[in-house]
Design a protein around this ligand. Structure first.
Ligand SMILES: [Ca+2]
Ligand SMILES: [Ca+2]
Ligand SMILES: [Ca+2]
Ligand SMILES: [Ca+2]
Length: 636
């Protein structure tokens, strides 16, 4: 009971006192107040997970094994007193209430009494009210085998190419059909066959459809497939963006297409320019040397093309800073709200030298250009070469419209330069609320040329708050709240010590420098890298050896296809590929938590970071408000 009272105090503090406090200090609210009527219909996303594999955690974390964790979303409109009842119906059809007291301090419940040999259906209600908010069934198989994931079988690809398999690559999520639940849009790349000489070009030149885009519902239903055609090079430049661009309640997909692309309804882009060819590849090169390139808008329910326009023109290779088309083949597709009303598609070309960004609106079935940013326009020359292989989006100057943090520089919502550090290209970029004592957002990133290794910048002004000087290529940087003893978030770079948000060397290193995730139930984040989740300080040690469940390695970092808070409570789910390439696994946590927060995707900065994570080098999710261990240190 004492714990319950303490938790209630914490929740009250989080949702009431802290809001007041932050209003008093920084003029901001915590978490930001959100008008739910402005959001598409959303569900509680009731979900259940379990883990029974002892080897998947350290001994000290096995107390939560073999128990079903049921969790659901807190809405931003809920408050500290919003309470729930949870019911369970097993195979006999008998329904019991599983909680003895209303569930008010969290939005999860650890069920230790379920019969795991039968299907169990959970039903969520407001406390004292029998009206069903949502139901979820955990199958006997998942419960008895103790599998902390749901399996989505991937469509076979023999009809696309009988010889070469396609591996799951990056994914994104969006409500494609408007039913309030996310669907998954997955990119699959043809697998390089290892025993060929010059494997990349050998395989790529034999396969017409290098890249597939597929949509699945969370229950595994296959919706559609788009086959790229030959002119989409293999690799991370085939970014795509999933969002409801026209505001009809259903998401569209924006992607780069070319001659030879076959859409979900079977329609193919033919020889548009009438030169007699639809394949512009040059053997031995994985870059585009010419031919038409398009931005296409895809209908989320069918995979059909709704609109098409020309992509940012290639011109000559030299325009972009080399003579072999590498730099001109640097493409990014993302999204942001640049108008305050609708969400625009963002398309980009170039990072190392010339850079062009364009914002496009999709309204009433038509694409129209909102703005173009071009470092060769005579105004923005100094912005050339500042781009990363990723980008961050958020409203950094609090005018209700998004800016694009494009590596070392930031582009204003109207397509004009906002600020530019001039620190040049880098490989990691984070936008969020990292120092809660400061107003606004901050940018933490690393660099690979010049004298700056990594820096924390004020996102509005670009002012450097502190920096780490290093003239070598600092290839990774991460920010996450991992240390309860150090206020705010902590920051570090590859092989560097962990630093406080004000730049104080904390004298220790973190176990990795790749991704951060909320998984264990602690307010501190855990570190996700190489198919492992580790808690660096609090509850220290391995909280999940994901590799025990035979997920695909996907390169050295083994990043998930997608991760973010898409269902259940505020903890983050991971979508990963099975090792044999035949399925996706949606992992969700089985650890209980004593805390409740509005579902993280309701925070705009977080949503933008999640949805733009598949651009180039995958970057972790980050929130626009501070969520971390400091929240329980201050007693009201
Ligand atoms: Ca849906
Ligand atoms: Ca803005
Ligand atoms: Ca901290
Ligand atoms: Ca979640």
């Amino acid at each position: 009971m004492k714990n319950n009272i303490l938790s209630l105090i914490i929740v009250l503090f989080l949702t009431v006192s802290c809001r007041d406090e932050v209003i008093n200090s920084g003029g901001e609210t915590f978490p930001p107040e959100i008008d739910m009527s402005q959001l598409p219909p959303v569900k509680r996303m009731l979900w259940a997970s379990i883990n029974s594999l002892a080897s998947a955690t350290l001994q000290s974390h096995r107390g939560d094994n073999d128990k079903i964790l049921v969790s659901w979303r807190m809405f931003p409109t809920d408050n500290a007193y919003t309470a729930f009842d949870l019911y369970r119906t097993d195979g006999n059809g008998l329904e019991v209430k599983v909680n003895s007291e209303p569930i008010v301090n969290s939005t999860n419940f650890q069920d230790t009494k379920a019969d795991r040999t039968v299907d169990n259906t959970y039903r969520l209600c407001y406390a004292g009210n029998n009206e069903t908010l949502e139901t979820y069934t955990i199958t006997a198989r998942q419960a008895s085998e103790g599998l902390p994931f749901l399996t989505i079988s991937l469509r076979g690809t023999a009809d696309i190419d009988p010889l070469f398999p396609y591996k799951a690559n990056d994914a994104s999520i969006g409500d494609l059909d408007g039913d309030g639940m996310y669907e998954i849009v997955l990119k699959r790349l043809v697998e390089i066959v290892a025993d060929e000489e010059d494997v990349e070009s050998a395989t790529a030149s034999k396969v017409r459809h290098t890249t597939l885009f597929e949509a699945y519902k969370l229950d595994g239903t296959f919706l559609w497939r788009i086959a790229s055609g030959p002119n989409i090079p293999l690799g991370n430049s085939a970014a795509f963006a999933v969002y409801d661009f026209d505001g009809d309640g259903k998401c569209e997909v924006a992607l780069r297409t070319a001659e030879g692309t076959v859409f979900g309804d079977g329609t193919e882009i033919g020889d548009i320019n009438g030169d007699g060819k639809t394949d512009y590849r040059i053997p031995g090169a994985n870059y585009i040397h010419g031919g038409p390139e398009f931005l296409s808008i895809i209908e989320g329910t069918t995979g059909k093309e709704l609109a098409r326009t020309d992509y940012i023109a290639l011109g000559t290779s030299e325009d972009w800073g080399d003579d072999y088309y590498k730099r001109s083949s640097s493409y990014r597709i993302g999204l942001g709200n640049f108008s305050g009303t609708n969400t625009s598609i963002l398309i980009c070309r170039g990072v190392y030298a010339k850079m062009v960004l364009e914002a496009w609106d999709f309204q009433g079935g038509e694409l129209s250009k909102r703005w173009r940013f071009d470092t060769t326009d005579g105004v923005h020359d100094s912005y050339a070469g500042q781009g990363n292989h990723s980008l961050s989006v958020g409203d950094v100057d609090a005018d209700g419209m998004d800016e694009v943090v494009y590596g070392a520089c930031t582009i204003d919502h109207d397509g004009k330069g906002l600020n530019n550090s001039g620190f040049g290209h880098g490989d990691a970029l984070h936008l969020g609320k990292f120092d809660p004592s400061r107003p606004g957002l901050q940018i933490w990133s690393c660099f690979e040329t010049g004298s700056i290794g990594a820096a924390l910048r004020d996102a509005r002004t670009g002012e450097v708050l502190w920096r780490y000087n290093d003239s070598s290529d600092v290839g990774a940087a991460l920010v996450a709240d991992i240390d309860p003893a150090s206020p705010g978030c902590e920051m570090w770079w590859f092989k560097g010590n962990v630093h406080s948000c004000t730049g104080v060397d904390l004298g220790y290193t973190a176990s990795s420098c790749n991704m951060a995730i909320w998984w264990s139930g602690s307010l501190n984040r855990q570190l996700l890298n190489s198919r492992r989740i580790e808690a660096p300080i609090e509850d220290s040690g391995r909280v999940f050896s994901i590799y025990e469940y035979k997920v695909d390695k996907r390169g050295s970092k083994s990043n998930p296809c997608f991760y973010g808070d898409i269902l259940g409570d505020w903890r983050e789910e991971m979508i990963m590929s099975a090792e044999d390439g035949t399925a996706l696994y949606i992992f969700s946590t089985w650890y209980p938590t004593n805390y409740k927060f509005p579902y993280l995707m309701s925070d705009h900065v977080y949503e933008m970071s999640a949805i733009n994570q598949n651009i180039g080098y995958n970057m972790p999710t980050q929130l626009g408000y501070y969520l971390g261990s400091d929240l329980i240190k201050k007693e009201p």
